[in-house]
Design a protein around this ligand. Sequence first.
Ligand code: F0G
Length: 481
Amino acid sequence: MKESKLFSGQRIPLEMHKPKIVQKLSLVPTERRLQAIKEAGFNTFLLKNGDVFLDMLTDSGVNAMSDRQQAAMMVADDSYAGSRTFTRLERTCQDLFGMQHFLPAHQGRACENILSQVLVHPGSVVVTNYHFTTTKAHVVLNGGTVEELPIAEALQTTSDHPFKGNMDLGRLKAFIGEHGSEKIAFVRMEAGTNLIGGQPFSLGNLAGVRDICDAYGVLLVLDASLLADNLYFIKRREVKCQGLSIREITRRICDLVDVLYFSGRKLGCARGGGLCTNRDDLFVSLRELIPLYEGFLTYGGMSVREMEAMAVGLEETMDEDMINQAPEFIDYMVNELEKLGIPVVTPPGGLGCHINAKEFVDHIPQSQYPACALAAALYIVSGVRGMERGTLSEGRDEEGNESLADLELVRLALPRRVYTLSHVKYTIDRITWLYEHRQMIGGLTFVDEPKTLRFFLGRLDALSDWPERLGKKFESDLGRI
Ligand code: F0G
């Protein structure tokens, strides 16, 4: 598909699929959007979807399924125990990941709960290329801490490093050497590293991490939730892997890790999750907790229909034409915004386009949640719902102090195969208008701050009447819609 050149010389992402079912969207007027964001406490998680035009909050559980996935749902074998659907999903995981044991769970964080309960103890450390919000919460809940050892480029918003999700191997070795392997619960590599802009790790880096884990006898766990994007980037960017198929790259990755877990809301375009391992001892201890938290071992909290769809979705992940749509649309969006001088995370990653709020609204201090303010402002002027990934998502430290995030990002996720190029162009246009008027955006303050994962349910208020003034200016420039 990428090989297909246009006569005009333009580069556009070309979809290798067509929509067969559509959902009507609506774009409510600016005054309603202003009202809606106030009702939502300036937190885009709390907006009602009826007020949202393009939902770019996340790709989680909202990717478009294929016709084959939908068809598979019809043959799901509904039973509490021993369903044939489970066997099909288990076989798919065994085949694709080369791991004999599969444990079902209702979503990714459920896997994190089970892993953390079994492997994390008070005082132990999980070393990772970068944390994810729910992962960290579960590690901390079990008395552990998280140590991030990404390469230096990971936190540089603009870079041409193709694998910003890589672990710093020197620091990893030094850290384990200094603290002793007994303290390390496990080393966790996150594919398509979410919080730093959907950035991948390379297969070469993962092999280096494996060598260090072997040298010290430490477990290596893969968070494969964003594996599809990571596979695509390895295939495209890692010279040594260009002769390998996506399937072969998948097996090489899996052969390097002891445990793999995933959110099926992302990987496989269905809703659920699972843990895979070849280690019999680990399988037995992890299995203990599945009936307690998730359900019987042959469904683990998932509906059989979703399990059928997941089995097909995982298999389809091995087809480059099925996994390239999001990375290629993101590539287009990031490049267009960059050409316009708008600060975005580069190189383009997976998952979504990430706007660097620290630079976009550099007049708003981190203590006033610039990325959250920018996400709210973008909603007011476009109806596009993005997500804050900055200090608000970071939460407070153990002493209750605000801990300022390394990065202040607004993530505009592109659910796989859902939005069109005109949707992306519309979004770029509205971001451009907002960039011209960025000085009008002001800060936010909490009015209701939950203790755990505050970004989900926290409510904030504007520190001045900036939202009203922004809405008025937009209306006078571009009209009510
Ligand atoms: N790990 C990663 C890398 C994730 O991105 C997510 C979820 C999880 C684990 C947890 O999985 O939601 O199924 O419980 N990310 C979503 C997002 C929520 O919007 O980025 P889950």
